[in-house]
Ligand binder design. Structure first.
Ligand SMILES: *Cc1c(COP(=O)(O)O)cnc(C)c1O
Length: 389
């Protein structure tokens, strides 16, 4: 087992060692760690629903009625009425015929990709796609090609060269998880159609955040019904946990039979399904959370515009790109000492040399939380007033 200590030491030497910080309170803008309070700017709980009374109540009622565990895979005896109700709601939410739940978004991506493409096929993805997509592309056994970030010309040339493959699948994040920018979905959909390929869109960070009704970036661009394979997560803005694929009834029937990450794992617990249902209903019925979130995004953008370096967010995710892992760790540490929680994101999560603080905003951050972030970043010398240059 010597290799383990060697690898750990090597990670430490390269400032790449990671560990978990335990939060002692609910996932709110203010969290408690070792008895002290911090403003959290690193949660994907964008709408603040993870600790919402309606979701908690729904989960508690589901536990009273159905208990905790599900005891088996969905295909054996694990499917309960709440799974069916949630899948129906997801399909309605995403504007598709049907949907299929997976325990997590990670597993939804792996399960779908490995089922849809195999050895005879090619899968083409954006260079900055989420790790779960990259893993799915790799494990599928299909030929796997990447195009430079959002480069449609390069995507088209890869599609052009791929005509001899049995199936051609293009897969992209809608909102990129570490940069917060958005994919040009309309252009991608049109070039994919031109080459008669399939398109899979991972709407994990856009669900509950983009679109008139919070249904995601696909709704935002008016592309509902035009994307064959829609992936999403219930673990971020929806405030619960779980992943899903939405699409045609046939796609869902196919995945039930072929997606190993659906078949060979135990069904999600009823409490979680009830919380997800409550979260989706809340997003559909009450725009307040999404409006507050966007107000906060605009507020932070306008605050940041007075400073260098230039940082702007297209979504709740603001990438504060630093460079080396050491510098990113140091900045994160200084913020922590000043009561702000933003862990450093380092390779392999982001490309080498682009270690960063990934600041994410929630609907229930108060303006004074955002002001405090700016104040601390100025005090420690990271942000500088433009006028003072
Ligand atoms: C978080 C994320 C996932 C994984 O979803 P989980 O439900 O957390 O497993 C997949 N894709 C993207 C783009 C993500 O950001």
């Amino acid at each position: 087992m010597e290799f383990i200590s060697e690898i750990l030491q090597e990670l430490k030497d390269k400032d790449l060692l990671r560990d978990c910080t335990a939060i002692e309170s609910a996932q709110e803008p203010i969290v408690r760690i070792k008895g002290k309070e911090y403003i959290s700017f690193c949660s994907n709980n964008y709408l603040g629903l993870a600790n919402h009374p309606l979701l908690k109540q729904a989960a508690i009622e589901a536990i009273h009625q159905y208990g905790c565990g599900t005891g088996a895979s969905r295909l054996v005896s694990g499917t309960m009425t709440l799974h069916a109700a949630l899948e129906k709601k997801i399909a309605e939410f995403k504007g598709t015929e049907a949907a299929l739940l997976f325990p997590t978004g990670y597993m939804a991506n792996l399960g779908a990709l490995c089922a849809i493409v195999t050895k005879e096929d090619i899968v083409i993805g954006d260079k900055l796609n989420h790790a779960s997509i990259i893993d799915g592309c790799r494990y599928s056994g299909a030929t796997f090609r990447v195009y430079p970030h959002k480069d449609i010309t390069k995507l088209e040339s890869l599609l052009h060269k791929s005509l001899s493959y049995r199936r051609r699948l293009v897969v992209t994040d809608s909102v990129f998880s570490m940069d917060g920018d958005t994919a040009p979905l309309a252009e991608i959909a049109s070039v994919v159609k031109k080459y008669n390929a399939l398109l899979m869109v991972d709407d994990a960070h856009a669900t509950g955040v983009f679109g008139k009704n919070g249904k995601g970036l696909i709704e935002h661009y008016g592309l509902e019904g035009q994307i064959e394979i829609v992936m999403g997560s219930l673990s971020k803005a929806v405030g619960s946990i779980g992943g899903f694929i939405a699409g045609s009834q046939q796609l869902i029937d196919f995945l039930k039979n072929k997606a190993r990450h659906f078949i060979y794992t135990t069904a999600l617990p009823p409490a979680v399904c009830a919380a997800s249902l409550a979260g989706l209903n809340l997003i559909l019925e009450n725009a307040t959370h999404m409006n507050n979130l966007w107000e906060n995004i605009h507020y932070l953008n306008s605050s940041l515009s007075r400073f260098t370096p230039a940082i702007a967010g297209e979504s709740p995710i603001f990438p504060f790109v630093i460079g080396t892992s050491k510098d990113a760790l140091e900045l994160s540490m200084k913020l922590f000492q000043n009561g702000i929680l933003i862990p450093a994101i380092r390779p392999p999560t982001v490309p080498p040399g682009t270690s960063r603080l990934r600041v994410s905003i929630m609907a229930n951050h108060e303006k004074h939380h955002l002001d405090r972030l700016i104040e601390v970043l100025c005090n420690i010398g990271f942000l500088k007033e433009k006028s003072s240059l």
